[in-house]
Design a binder for this molecule. Sequence first.
Ligand SMILES: Nc1nc2c(ncn2[C@@H]2O[C@H](COP(=O)(O)OP(=O)(O)OP(=O)(O)O)[C@@H](O)[C@H]2O)c(=O)[nH]1
Ligand SMILES: [Mg+2]
Length: 427
Amino acid sequence: MDTQPTTEPVIIAGLNLANQQVDFDYSMEELANLIEANEMTVADRLVQSLDRPNAATYFGKGKVEELAELITATGVQTVVTNDELSPSQIRNLEENTTARILDRTALILEIFAKRAKSREAKLQVEIAQLQYRLPRLKTSANQRLDQQTGAGGGSFTNRGAGETKLEMNRRTIQNAITHLRGELAELNKSATTQRQQRAKSGIPTAALVGYTNAGKSTIMNGLVRMFGIDDDKQVFEKNMLFATLDTSVRQLTLPDQKQFLLSDTVGFVSKLPTHLVQAFKSTLAEAANADLLIQVIDYSDPHYQEMMATTAATLKEIGIEDIPMILVFNKADKMEVQFPVMDGDDQVVLSARDEQSLGMLVGVIKSHLFTNYVTVELLIPFADGEVVSYLNDHAHILSTDYLATGTQLKVELSATDQQRFAKYQQQ
Ligand SMILES: Nc1nc2c(ncn2[C@@H]2O[C@H](COP(=O)(O)OP(=O)(O)OP(=O)(O)O)[C@@H](O)[C@H]2O)c(=O)[nH]1
Ligand SMILES: [Mg+2]
């Protein structure tokens, strides 16, 4: 196989455990994709079936020896494990194999760090990285500072003197986390205010969610092209894992004047590190507050069902439950299936690259977001002409008649507008 000279060769190592939540082969394949996303190449792989991981070395004893031999034979210097390891497992494996051990969590953190562009994303990744490092600080640093500097025995009056270097490093990291969290909270304030203002406006919101690379940003861009106020407001879409790390919100106006807000956010992968999920909570807040979730699925991927399970598990972890969801089976153009096709009232098979598909999707979104719309007849006196122009701009007018007493409109109104214009309602 052709390998680029710049990519680092690694060995991937995984445990096939008795009670796995995720299908093992799939998670190893996913790991290989993550490796590629981190500009590394899989040079070899090692797997072992165990009931549970060895507490000290992750693999069993014989397998650790096998790994050491493989490292010598191949000359590969980095091993990436399919699970997050404890600090001592990493240390023991490194001592026994002489290789650098990178666990799945550290790998995902590296990818996120490379992708982060906005200040918010960078802060979130940094916080998650520091939290990951905190319990993993080398105990080799666990010497007393006074011993190291030769400052003499621990004086009871000088509290700092007895502090070990490890403790000092820990404190430094903890301070850094606190500082970064403060900065993130400042940034979040304006996002929260914006969200509150939008909520007040009564415009419903839909949020795209799903596995990474499923096509969320492509759908967002397609809909912005068709119904956005400003076609320039495209988001970044690319064939790579975790192309999107931020949340973007766009306002869409449909031909019948109905408006909704659509948000696009970071994608998921299985065993997403808890620290990372926690750190990205503010980014995911937009989805958490949506009226409707639109799960985008790469239907052309043979593992799409596992990806859906991963999405469900991640949404649960973030605490997003009980929000109505529609399922979008995307990339149908890559398959031998008909599209766009509806399946019931909350599933659709389509291609994000096809306008007709996007039109159908909008229909599904509408049927979920605008349920409280009613058709009413209003008689608006000529003196209140501004009401007629407001409705012309903001509502779907089905018919207009000019009577002697004023303008008679048959119009679809949201619950809010219905209340607002109740005095004109006829019956
Ligand atoms: N053939 C085909 N390709 C698609 C379709 N939708 C998206 N893609 C491609 O799939 C890749 C990923 O698309 P994105 O829209 O960036 O995916 P995403 O879900 O936003 O991914 P993340 O931001 O990483 O979570 C891009 O190369 C898209 O061009 C589709 O319907 N058909
Ligand atoms: Mg994206």
